[in-house]
Write a protein that binds this ligand. Structure first.
Ligand SMILES: NC(=O)c1ccc[n+]([C@@H]2O[C@H](COP(=O)([O-])OP(=O)(O)OC[C@H]3O[C@@H](n4cnc5c(N)ncnc54)[C@H](OP(=O)(O)O)[C@@H]3O)[C@@H](O)[C@H]2O)c1
Length: 265
């Protein structure tokens, strides 16, 4: 008997939690990963009861070297076939790069980039052997242009989008769907977890339900990248077409006043 599961990283809150709720309601069996054991435990219990699915959780700091090996070993040990992989765990930072905590910036790259690439590779190989699978990599509307005072975060998400769109095309002939999901400002724990005092937004915030809905519709349409929300789509288009010399100057102007309250800028 196959044991097909959907594995979601960063499922203890926000967008990842909503993916878990939405896909459980569609009948997916789940493996949820994050560091917060209590939140994962409670979510698994709730979803199993409500939707009669199976839901397992793995408590793991994915920014640590070798975490992906531990996770892969865990799913192998239980004979799980990861049919959907949602690489969602991530965090950001805002500030003058020279004054930010350097170790935390590197930790962000470890989580947002290294872990995402490692997990994608681990689970893509068996997907290719089976000729089926779905991967959603959560990028950001911040991926479309360099962002002064969010330099590392925007660069990690530019990597995620570029990487995901490239492998989406590589794997299209093999029946594997890969999507880069680019939310704009969304009402989650992200800003608190990223030590950002208040949301950075183009026009209001989206809900997690809107973001997940956008992703699932884009998958059905065979897209390899989607921006969630009209205002964010407009921002992404500007970010793509306006010369970076101009857009970085405008971004810096917008963010410098926020950052300068806490620094010497
Ligand atoms: N909210 C936004 O405005 C926004 C906009 C664009 C893109 N995004 C992206 O959306 C994704 C989800 O973020 P969110 O908005 O839903 O924020 P969130 O509510 O803070 O969720 C982040 C999730 O990642 C997990 N996580 C953080 N560090 C981890 C680590 N070292 N190991 C394992 N899991 C870890 C967190 O769980 P634990 O703390 O329990 O580990 C949590 O479940 C992120 O990739 C973020 O960059 C968010």
């Amino acid at each position: 008997m196959t044991n097909k599961v959907t594995l979601i990283t960063g499922a203890s809150s926000g967008i990842g939690e909503e993916f878990a709720r939405r896909l459980a309601s569609d009948g997916h069996d789940l493996v949820l990963v994050a560091r917060s054991e209590k939140a994962l435990h409670e979510l698994c219990d709730e979803l199993m009861l409500k939707y009669k699915i199976t839901a397992h959780y793995v408590v793991l700091d994915l920014s640590e070297a070798g975490a992906e090996d531990k996770l892969f070993a865990e799913t192998e040990k239980h004979g799980m076939q990861v049919e959907w992989l949602i690489n969602n765990a991530g965090f950001g930072s805002v500030g003058d790069f020279a004054q930010l905590d350097g170790a935390r910036e590197i930790n962000m790259i470890d989580l947002n980039v290294r872990s995402l690439v490692a997990l994608t590779h681990k689970y893509l190989v068996p997907m290719r052997e089976r000729g089926s699978g779905t991967i959603i990599n959560v990028s950001s509307a911040a991926s479309f242009q360099p962002i002064p005072f969010m330099a590392t975060y925007a660069a990690t998400k530019a990597f995620v989008s570029s990487f995901s769109e490239a492998i989406a095309e590589e794997n299209r002939p093999f029946g594997i769907r890969i999507l880069a999901l680019c939310p704009g400002s969304t009402n989650t724990n992200f800003f608190a977890a990223s030590n950002i005092d208040r949301p950075i937004q183009v026009k209001g915030q989206q809900t997690v339900e809107q973001v997940v809905d956008t992703a699932l519709k884009a998958l059905k349409k065979g897209k390899s990248k989607v921006v969630s929300g009209l205002a964010n789509k407009v921002g992404a288009t500007l970010g793509t077409h306006v010369p970076h010399k101009i857009s970085t100057r405008a971004m810096a102007k917008a963010l410098r006043s926020r950052v300068s309250k806490n620094s010497d800028l």
